[in-house]
Design a protein around this ligand. Structure first.
Ligand code: UDP
Length: 386
């Protein structure tokens, strides 16, 4: 018989690479496990279905995050339930109709939110649609996939979701403190791209493929999808401190300007400079350690690849807990100072690999390479048939 294609609506917002990457990971996971029996629609309802000024929210996020005290202020002020409830009721009045229209058009068998601001308003809209019995989708299962590793904003958690997928026990405990119950929760890990679950080639093969030096101790430097942070100063300090036999791989992400600037210089050691790469799992598996800001995606990926992690910065509140996570688990270090960072890496490379190896095996044991597939399997099992 003809297979019925089920539609899954994935609610996200383009604030930081992480949410889009998680949505993409789930989409890829569905495709690999279920071929075309599912169609995943990733929608950014804030940008595509909201009137001004809400459609500008993703942009204001970037503004806020670059001004840490402002971000801290908005993060903390929006946590009390009474405040965000009032805000969300207001938003619902503004955007309700458009959200409802989007639900009608997509006719989903399942809704998956991968964004902290995509629980309350969509659920309010769905509840209203249900009351008006205007729409079958009103009884569609609603799920949240939390894409933070440690301290999560309260709006991630809504008591009326059918399932909430979390990455760590720490987040599960937070969810329960906000009133979710154990059988609403599943803890599989962060949804990362399926490539990270594939058996990786031996390091030396990968290096050959990526045209890296085959034997040099190699550090990777990244700043999230946007190439944020002190990448240039850090590259500079590393090149001064490491020995000429070492190697640095800088991944600039979408920061093309930085990639051009770095590529135009001459360096005293082997330096590989890249813009946005799509084969992050290969680069990670080819290197010996990583310097990155405390982004959850990059940390989860580095753990899977067994990479010791030197964190060089964090977004206030939501990434702060990731620093303690890395330190407490003994998988890396933290420093914001480029000179100190280069000294730490130099020490790691000098200690005959003992320190690096020990952190690397701890990292591997924390990694959850199968997270995406376990989440997708659960999600598929929850989807309704009409
Ligand atoms: N990334 C990538 N190619 C690049 C740079 C980054 O695929 O050139 C990916 C990286 O592997 C990770 C994501 O972008 O999955 C960044 O997510 P993270 O949560 O670390 O930080 P964000 O950019 O969301 O703040």
């Amino acid at each position: 018989s003809l297979a019925i294609k089920k539609h899954v609506m994935c609610l996200m917002s383009d604030t930081g690479g992480g949410h889009r990457a998680s949505a993409q990971a789930l989409k890829d996971g569905f495709e690999i496990m279920f071929g075309d029996s599912f169609a995943i629609h990733v929608v950014d309802l804030w940008s595509s279905s909201s009137p001004w000024p809400l459609c500008n929210m993703p942009k204001s996020y970037f503004f806020l995050v670059k001004n840490p005290w402002l971000w801290r202020l908005s993060f903390r002020c929006s946590e009390p339930e009474i405040l965000h409830e009032a805000l969300f009721t207001g938003y619902t009045a503004l955007v309700g109709r458009r959200f409802a229209k989007a639900f009608h058009e997509n006719e989903p068998s399942l809704i998956v939110s991968v964004h902290p601001l995509m629980q309350h308003v969509p659920l309010k809209v769905l509840a209203r649609m249900k009351a008006e019995s205007s729409f079958v989708a009103a009884r569609v299962p609603f799920t949240t996939v939390v894409t933070d590793l440690t301290r999560c904003h309260r709006t991630w958690f809504h008591r009326h979701v059918d399932k909430c997928f979390v990455a760590t026990q720490l987040v599960a405990a937070q969810a329960m403190s906000y009133g979710l119950v154990a059988n609403q929760l599943a803890c599989h890990g962060l949804p990362i791209r399926p490539a990270f679950n594939a058996e990786s080639l031996p390091k030396v093969e990968l290096r050959r493929l990526l045209q890296l030096d085959l034997t040099a101790s190699t550090v990777m430097l990244v700043g999230g999808g946007e190439g944020m942070g002190k990448l240039e100063a850090t590259a500079e300090a590393l090149s001064q401190t490491l020995s000429p036999g070492h190697q640095i791989v800088v991944i600039c992400g979408r920061n093309e300007k930085l990639a051009r600037t770095l590529a135009a210089r001459t360096w005293p050691l082997k330096m590989v400079i890249k813009g946005f790469v799509n084969n992050m799992s290969e680069y990670m598996s080819a290197c010996d350690c990583i310097i990155t800001k405390a982004g959850p995606g990059t940390i989860a990926e580095a753990l899977i690849c067994g990479l010791p992690i030197l964190l060089n910065g964090f977004i206030p509140c939501q990434e702060e807990g990731n620093v303690s996570f890395v330190l407490e688990n003994g998988v890396g270090a933290f420093s914001e100072d480029p000179v100190e960072i280069s000294q730490i890496i130099s020490r790691w490379f000098k200690s005959d690999g003992i320190e690096l190896n020990s952190m690397s095996s701890k990292a591997k044991s924390l990694g959850r390479p199968e997270a995406t597939f376990n989440i997708v399997r659960d999600l598929a099992g929850m989807s309704t048939t009409y």
